[in-house]
Design a protein around this ligand. Structure first.
Ligand code: DP6
Length: 335
């Protein structure tokens, strides 16, 4: 914590984005933001959010500047309130946040964003929280953010009572290195945000109850693939979870179709690469980008193949990243 003149307290943090291999979609408890199903993700070192939180008694209310643009603070204030409650004060905050990738486009900017927010806010507030407590706080902002507190392979539990749904690391990022090639097909924000989309799905998709009933057995398969470092099994379960998620989305009324033509072309390209001997698997979230899982030595060739697909505007190769951590204040570029 930095406590400068006039009771101004500031701190900065960095968190990496993550992608789910076993997906979360649907809520068991909306006010507490507890997912209806557990999920397992990998943290990505190439995509991150840097955030500085400054509690300042001179501010009239919370303020958010995201990627140099002032934004409504409504979504971050409830999480800041939880931190202020723990810190025993009510001072408003200014939050400067910057993503090194497109925001709100299905690349999990809310995951890295809320993870960085809670780490910076707790540090600035002098709240000494464990990583598990930080994960619970981040979940209140966005459930996938609970996973970005940790590096490597991470599970977000939901089979727990009360407010305790938290994430835990299954394997460290150094124990089983993998790469992800992110193929960006559209940098724009998605038309339906995840929270609204999943509410519509649980209310209208006839597949929703099967999704919830099936989740635990899927999670067990993904956990076991990670424990055994079985890339084929992990890839197959990852594609299955992705396609089950999008089946839910397609059968939501009105339907949620996050894909564009390039998304479909990329799916076929990944399947062709696999048929010709390259071990690689796709996954897609609430947006048209395709994330492709592969062994590190294959990443460059796969990125080149994906970049040649019509409609791909950018490819990025990522390894597995570390958990969220504090940073020197100047590092976010907001001072
Ligand atoms: C498709 O975590 O963004 O990426 O908790 O409502 O903020 P909220 O939703 P969010 O949803 C992520 C959905 C997903 C799958 C996943 O990351 O598990």
């Amino acid at each position: 914590m930095t406590d400068t003149n006039g009771g101004v307290r500031t701190a900065s943090a960095r968190a990496h984005s993550n992608i789910a291999l076993a997906k979360y979609w649907g809520k068991r408890d909306t006010p507490l933001n507890i997912p209806a199903v557990g999920s397992i993700s990998i943290t990505l070192d190439a995509l991150h959010t840097d955030t500085t939180v400054t509690f300042d008694p001179a501010l009239p209310h919370d303020q958010l500047v995201l990627d140099d643009r002032e934004q409504p603070a409504a979504r971050i204030t409830p999480v800041l309130d939880l931190v202020r409650e723990l810190g025993g004060f009510t001072v408003p905050a200014q939050v400067h946040s910057r993503n090194n990738f497109p925001t709100g486009a299905g690349l999990a900017s809310s995951a890295s964003g809320f993870a960085a927010l809670v780490v910076a806010a707790c540090r600035a507030a002098g709240v000494d929280a464990t990583t598990r407590e930080l994960s619970i706080l981040a979940r209140r902002g966005s459930a996938s953010a609970a996973r970005s507190l940790f590096g490597g392979y991470v599970e977000l539990h939901t089979d727990l009572d009360s407010d305790g749904a938290y994430a835990e690391q299954l394997r460290d990022e150094t124990e089983w290195p993998l790469s992800v090639v992110v193929a960006i097909t559209d940098r724009g924000a998605k038309p339906v945000p995840s929270t609204a989309g999943m509410q519509a799905t649980s209310a209208t998709s006839p597949f929703y109850s099967a999704w919830v009933d099936n989740a635990e057995s899927e999670l067990a398969l993904v956990r076991s693939a990670i424990a055994q470092r079985d890339f084929t099994a992990l890839g197959e379960r990852t594609e299955h979870s992705c396609l089950a998620l999008h089946s839910l989305m397609f059968t939501t009324q009105p339907p949620l179709i996050y894909w564009n033509a390039a998304t479909v072309a990329l799916i076929h390209t990944v399947r062709e690469l696999r048929a010709s001997g390259t071990a690689t698997y796709f996954t897609i979230d609430a947006g048209p980008q395709v994330k492709v899982l592969c062994q590190p030595q294959d990443a460059d060739a796969i990125a080149a193949a994906l970049a040649s697909v019509t409609g791909v505007v950018e490819t990025r190769i990522s390894g597995l990243g570390a958990g969220a951590h504090t940073m020197p204040n100047h590092a976010t570029g907001s001072h």
